[in-house]
Every structure is written in C-alpha cells, then in structure tokens.
Design a protein around this ligand. Sequence first.
Ligand code: FAD
Ligand code: SF4
Length: 490
Amino acid sequence: MKRILYIPFDQLNAGYGVLAKADPQSDLIVLVESKRMVEEGGWHKVRLYFLVSSALHFAQELRNAGFTVSYIQAATTIDGLKQIQGDYPGLPILTAEPSSHRLFNQLKEFGVEYVENDFFLTSRSLFTLWAQKQKSFLMENFYRAQRLRLGILVDNGAPVGGQWNFDKENRLPPPKNYTYPPYLVHEVDAIDQEVADRFGIAPATTWATTRAGALRQLEYFLENHFEFFGPYEDAMTTENWALHHSLLSPYINNGLLHPSEVVDAALRRFERGDIPIAGAEGFIRQIIGWREYINGIYWHFGDHFKERNDMGATRKLLPLFTDSGKTQMNCLKHVVGEIEERAWTHHIPRLMVLSNLALLTGVNPQEFLQWMREQFIDATDWVMVPNVIGMGMHADSGEMMTKPYVSGGSYISKMSNYCKGCAYDPKKRVGEDACPFTTLYWNFLIEHRPEFSKNHRMAQQLAGIDRLSDVPELQVRARQVLDGLDRGEI
Ligand code: FAD
Ligand code: SF4
C-alpha cells in the first residue's frame, strides 16, 4: 500500500473526491465511525441509522470492487486515523477537503493532505470570486450567475420561458380532495437490520442506504412528483408528510448522489416536454441555486458565523421542540411529530414553523442550531449553520438574508390545513385562544421596531403596528404565551 485514503461519511461516492483516482492495488481506504458522533451527540436515531448504514454499505461496495477497506470504530476521527497510521506507518493520508470548518482544521493539523472537494457544482474559490463583487449576498443574483455559468435553462443568454424565476406561480396552498402518489418504501438488508438493532429502532424504510436506493428515489421523484414540485413546494398538510418534495437531500449530502446527476436527470425529464417550466425551474433553483449558495456562504462567512447572536437571544430551547406532546399548537405538534418519526420535514416547516417560533420567542440561536443539527436526517454543519443562523434566526443582523423570516398565524393558515384542528385561532392576537404565532409576531415587531426601522424591506410590516388598537393587551398576552411555552403548556 502506498496511500491511505480517508473517506468521511459525507463523501460516499467512488466517482468523486479522493476516490476518483484511487487504485485498489496501492490505496488503502479508511472510514472512521467516531464514538463522539454515535454515543455522545444526542443525535436522532434515524439519522445515525442512515449515516452508519450508508457508510457500511459503501465500504462493502468498495471491497466488492477490489479495494482493501478498513472501517474503524474509534473515540474520535483523529483517534481512528492514528490507529490506521500505527498499522501502516509512514503512509500519507489523503482526503477531499472536509465539508466542515472543524474537521477541515483538525485533519489539516493532523497532517492529512487535501484534494479539492468536488461534491458541489461551485468550488469555494469560485464562490469567493462572486461574493467579492457583491454589495449584498442576494441568492437570486448568485442563482442567475449559476444559470449562465453552467448553461442551465438558458437560451442565448436569456432564461428559458422568458423569466429567471417562477416563484410567484409556485406558492399554492395544499390541494383539496387530492390523491398523493404512494410513499416509496426502501428495501432493508442484513446490514440495515444490524445497524437498526444497534440503535434500538426498526430499519427506516423511508430512507435508502445505498447508491442504488438513492437512484431509485431520484427516479421515483422525477416520475411521480417533479411535475407538481413547483406549485406545492411551500404547502404543508396533515394529509401527506412529503407532498411533492424530492427527499433527496440526505443522499446529495452524504455523497450517494452528486448534484450534477440530479440536475442532469431533471433537465432530461424537462426536455421530454411534460414538465412545465415553472416546476422545472423551481426544482433546479433549489439545487444549483440554494444548495450551492448555502455552501458558498458557509465557507465565505467563516467558522465564527455559527456563534452569531446579534439579537442577544437567551431563551432556553422550548420543551415542545424535544417533545411534541408539550404543545397544543397543532402546527408544532404535527411538525415536531414528523421529525420524531423520520428526522425530516420540508423547508417551509423548518423555516416558517420551527425557526419562526424560535426567532419570535427569542430562543438562543446556538441552542436551536444544536437541536436542528441533531434531529435532521440531512443535517451537516455547512448546510445547517447558514440556514439556521442566517436565514431562520436572523442572528447575523441580516448579513445573509437582509430581513427576518417572521410571520403570524395567517401565513401558516394560508399555506396549510394545520389551523383547522387547532386550539388557537390564527386571526386572533389577544385572548386565551389567540394564535401564539400571531401574538408573538406583533410583539416581536413592537420590541424590535427601533433596530428594524432602518430596514426599508421591513417598512410595510412595521407600519402595521400603528394600526393595532390593543397593544397593551397584546403585550400582556405575549408574556403569558412565552411563559406557557417555557412550561410546555401552550
Ligand atoms: P426539496 O424540497 O425536494 O429540494 C431539492 C433539493 O434542494 C434538496 O434536496 C436540497 O439539496 C436543495 N435545497 C433546497 N433548499 C436548500 C437550502 N436552503 N439549503 C441547502 N440545500 C437546499 N437542507 C439540508 O440538506 N440539510 C439541512 O440541515 C438543512 N437545514 C435547514 C434548516 C432550515 C432552517 C431551513 C430553512 C432549511 C434547511 N435545509 C436543509 C434546506 C431544505 O429544507 C432541505 O434541503 C429540504 O427540505 C430537503 O428535502 P428535499 O430533499 O425533499 O428537498
Ligand atoms: Fe399553528 Fe396558530 Fe394555526 Fe394553531 S392557529 S395551527 S398555533 S398557526
């Protein structure tokens, strides 16, 4: 053996990273399952199951392809690498640039050599070049540059369909009297069963743990959901937990799928002519726009971004986040219940239900980030930090998103059927049955009016305060709601 190739659990792809040029004759492959992740993290068991089973399957596939593979269980990643170095002294260790600041710095210090991380469509240096030319980091500007750079949905420099963005056509509430396609159920094998037993759960058939399964999920999405993804991408319903979302983030994030093959497959499907441009554009934007932008922002803003708490929020994590039984708010009960079951919910519940509540109640952003990172199947540092600190919690004074994503119950009422079965009324802001979101939304605007008054994008929302006739009662109710949420009784 001439080299040790270290494969983190989010680089599980033989065609990319350090494996792209690997040789079974001279390269020893190493994967490390760290006890810190498995035993000390407090991570959702479905998430652990998915990550560990995917890594074990990948190790097996590499062995089948003729590689020598060592799957090490150690206290930490560095301990695992020390162990393999002891067994093979003097060999260099190589990996593709790690996807978190922490691992990047730790491995560098340990002497691991890096090749470029090609698990994204945009290199870190390319994003920096774009960012250096921006006054503000508008995702839409980045996205248009991506369309042109990658030649996706463009015709002679103009957007296909005559518009860059069809978001306005893509904001429908959930459909009524509607039959959703059946959920795709993934097969379970002996490795899955063994890993599930280790974590004391049943194998999670919602999630594939192999590349073949991930490709099946991609195909199933394109065949059954792609057409309707755009129009219903913001809708929420108790009738179906996935709606028309792709459920692909876990695989794109752990390497089983590469974003380029997802985009290529979607474009091929669009070119067949049965997917409207609004839907196709909506999905492609998520992958070449949002996903790449978030990764770029993570590296551009640096490691300290995750510590930002510019609003000085100090509230402890609300009990309802860790126990869906600790709330009477139907939206929260439902969304947290979904996470408890399968470690996933789509982007609007993450933003407009979970983060919205955390921001309106002044939960400490780092506590909220920690909880989100532990709970979601697709969580990794690069994607959670900008999404939570910048987008969800506005803890960076708007450096990333310019204005906070806050709303009262009216948004949730419009975009879901949650309010129908709720103890609270989304239209009310005072009184025992007032919707906590509505009360807290106005209270938040009143409290933060001085700092937001300089932000012209907030002008319309702030002007609404002057039309309120019940500010004193509202503030009393807000105090009751905050106390009730702290006790897990609201
Ligand atoms: P779809 O709705 O089908 O979208 C397609 C793909 O677009 C996703 O698979 C994902 O790869 C990409 N994408 C879309 N939006 C984003 C985004 N904002 N950031 C990164 N990728 C995006 N996504 C994660 O992968 N991991 C996370 O830990 C994560 N945390 C989030 C936290 C908050 C507060 C918010 C608002 C969003 C977060 N997202 C995260 C983004 C988004 O919610 C998920 O990517 C999406 O819900 C995954 O489900 P899906 O694959 O069905 O996505
Ligand atoms: Fe949620 Fe308020 Fe609607 Fe109840 S009324 S489901 S708390 S938004």
